[in-house]
Ligand binder design. Structure first.
Ligand code: SF4
Ligand code: SF4
Length: 222
């Protein structure tokens, strides 16, 4: 069937009229910054304190655009008679964003949480060589990484947080035990007799332990 003359024009006008009444979604960038989702893949930040130079990210990167150099250092034994240990020290960590395809594999495979996505995207360069970001630049991106979302109500606390809290509590207890000064001897104050068989008067403020006379208190001196 032959098309009706002018039907194409009518269709075009109908589309124009329909879209004229819709809200425009034009983004006025760069005058107005876009509101990006917090998990946008803009650039990769490096938290190098967490990096153990395991090289997993560089090996798994499909574009081979992660460059890592390191050397080994010997760490003396922690205790007399212990063994020396060696550790990797990071010399260079760079990502070439002119090759990166933002797949996120490096971030997924990093076993030590040293790489993170940042939503920052304004790092266009006129020289392609400037798109290779060295470790200092990658560290700067870390400060633009958004906080992780809060845990769901009733969710199990991450084991890293539990371990860190226990270690901090243990350290605080040890420090309190070592820094607590011994109470000064007050002249004229009654002293605790140490003769067996005599009733020892309780020191002021000290709790009485029923059935356990003479039990040394924690932190007490012999
Ligand atoms: S996002 Fe993908 S391509 Fe880019 S550095 Fe990581 S692994 Fe390589
Ligand atoms: S995978 Fe993680 S820890 Fe290993 S070298 Fe890469 S950033 Fe460092």
């Amino acid at each position: 069937m032959a098309p009706i003359p002018g039907s194409g024009l009518a269709k075009g006008l109908a589309v124009t009229l329909r879209t004229m009444t819709r809200k425009s979604h034009t983004a006025q960038y760069p005058d107005v910054q876009p509101e990006l989702p917090p998990r946008s893949r803009g650039v990769i930040g490096l938290f190098e304190e967490n990096c153990t130079v395991c090289m997993l990210c560089a090996r798994e990167c499909p574009d081979w655009c992660i460059y890592i150099d390191s050397h080994k250092e010997t760490v003396p034994a922690a205790a007399p008679g212990g063994r020396e240990r060696s550790r990797n020290v990071l010399d260079r960590f760079a990502i070439d964003f002119s090759l990166c395809m933002y797949c996120g594999i490096c971030i997924e495979v990093c076993p030590f949480d040293a790489l993170f996505w940042s939503p920052e995207f304004e790092y266009a360069e006129t020289d392609i060589r400037d798109l290779t970001h060295e470790r200092d630049k990658l560290r700067e991106w870390m400060w633009t990484v958004p906080e992780p979302p809060a845990l769901d109500a009733g969710a199990e606390e991450p084991k890293e947080l539990v371990a860190a809290r226990k270690a901090a509590e243990k350290l605080a207890t040890q420090q309190a035990a070592t820094t607590q000064p011994a109470p000064p001897a007050t002249p004229g104050a009654p002293t605790t007799p140490s003769t067996p068989g005599l009733d020892a008067p309780s020191a002021p403020g000290a709790p009485d332990v029923p059935g356990a006379p003479g039990t040394p208190r924690e932190g007490g001196t012999a």
